[in-house]
Design a binder for this molecule. Structure first.
Ligand SMILES: *Cc1c(COP(=O)(O)O)cnc(C)c1O
Length: 371
């Protein structure tokens, strides 16, 4: 038997979260952002749950090929555009729309021989200061692109730095609207946080949610996933390998950084940092055992963690341990955002970091779509 660790992707939850986005962006079309292999879930595993989106947005050309290989004929957008002139040939062949964020990409397009003009999303740097033309340079970039026979429709795009926090989006939105007011073309401005938190100000033509589709709150801990009616799309689970009974003064694991104050029963679970479980988790990180909430004690090892069994005294060898997601025993959810917070990171990173050695269960679907 393989190690009991398992990741499960929940198709009905993906569908629920996409519907949740649609309720916040009624007049918009939805790019399902599936970069980084669908935030670690696997593009092929999320496709069934997200195929109700209007398009798929990602950055890696190999991932774009995988979306086409699944039979998707609708829009596909490269969020960082092309990296090399040869990528434009693949854009033609696979009918990919691509972001244009710098002069070099316009140069490549100008030199490109294509039979069919390409659809582009011109990106403004409205304050994030990663990719895009500044408001001062945006108009001339648009004019230059618009003159190219290689270019079909031009859409207008920007990205927010603080849609999840107190600074908000007003300062960036002001720059974007001022500069694009007189330009034709569709708009795409809102990521997950802007779509849910600033729905009244982000009535763009295309919203670009990523993290909310995967059931993580875009603004945790101000709000949690339940507040936004999001469901976890990934469960990481394993089992207990061993149970140990400690007495006062006994320590646990490497560095002996946890000392039992009195008699304590602990369970050893088959998961460690080599599975992508963050090593920064330590005593206190929430864990479910047989669906009952408890906490980690001691350090994360490469292949094991240790958990306090006080709230689940009957848990034995083989008991279910849920690291995040939903327990199959009780249906209880442990939000990935809480585990991420305990590790000093965000849900995004944990999803993306599930290691290669962790097997995924066959996709879980609801009866409606089972064939
Ligand atoms: C990743 C990304 C998104 C999605 O961001 P979330 O915070 O996951 O919603 C949207 N737009 C761009 C340009 C991105 O790179």
């Amino acid at each position: 038997m393989p190690r009991p660790i398992l990741a499960t992707v929940h198709t009905p939850a993906l569908r629920n979260n996409l519907e949740r986005v649609r309720r916040s962006a009624l007049d918009a079309r939805v790019w399902a952002v599936v970069k980084a292999n669908a935030y670690g879930h696997g593009i092929e595993r999320v496709y069934e749950g997200l195929r109700g989106a209007d398009g798929f947005a990602l950055l890696d050309l190999a991932e774009a090929e995988r979306v086409r290989a699944l039979g998707w004929r609708g829009p596909v957008l490269l969020l960082e555009g092309v990296f090399d002139a040869r990528d434009l040939e693949l854009c033609s062949r696979l009918d990919l729309w691509h972001t244009v964020h710098c002069d070099e990409q316009i140069d490549m397009l100008a030199a490109h021989k294509t039979l069919k003009p390409q659809r582009v999303f011109l990106k403004m740097n409205s304050g994030m200061n990663r990719l895009g033309f500044t408001p001062e340079r945006f108009g001339s970039a648009w004019t230059r692109l618009n003159a190219l026979t290689q270019v079909d429709e031009i859409s207008l795009m920007t990205h927010f730095s603080d849609a999840d926090g107190p600074r908000g989006i007003a300062h960036q939105l002001e720059a974007f609207e001022r500069v694009t007011r007189d330009l034709p073309g569709e708009r795409s401005i809102a990521n997950s946080a802007a779509t849910l938190r600033h729905a009244d100000q982000t009535r763009g033509d295309w919203v670009r949610p990523g993290i909310v589709l995967y059931g993580s709150a875009p603004d945790f801990p101000a709000n949690d996933a339940a507040h936004w009616q999001l469901q976890p799309t990934m469960t990481l689970s394993t089992q207990l390998l061993s149970v140990q009974t400690l007495k006062a003064g006994d320590t646990i694991g490497y560095g002996s950084n946890f000392t039992a104050e009195g008699p304590l029963t602990i369970g050893v679970a088959a998961v460690g940092y080599a599975d992508g479980y963050p090593r920064h988790c330590n005593t206190g990180t929430p864990v479910l055992v047989n669906g009952v909430r408890t906490r980690m004690v001691g350090r994360v090892s490469m292949d094991m963690i240790t958990v306090d069994l006080t709230p689940v005294p009957d848990a034995k060898f083989g008991a279910e341990v849920t690291l995040w997601g939903r327990s199959t025993v009780t249906g209880t959810v442990l939000p990935i955002d809480e585990v991420a917070q305990a590790a000093g990171t965000v849900g995004y990173e944990l999803m993306c970091a599930v290691a290669q050695r962790v097997p995924f269960a066959p996709a879980e679907t609801d009866p409606e779509t089972r064939q």
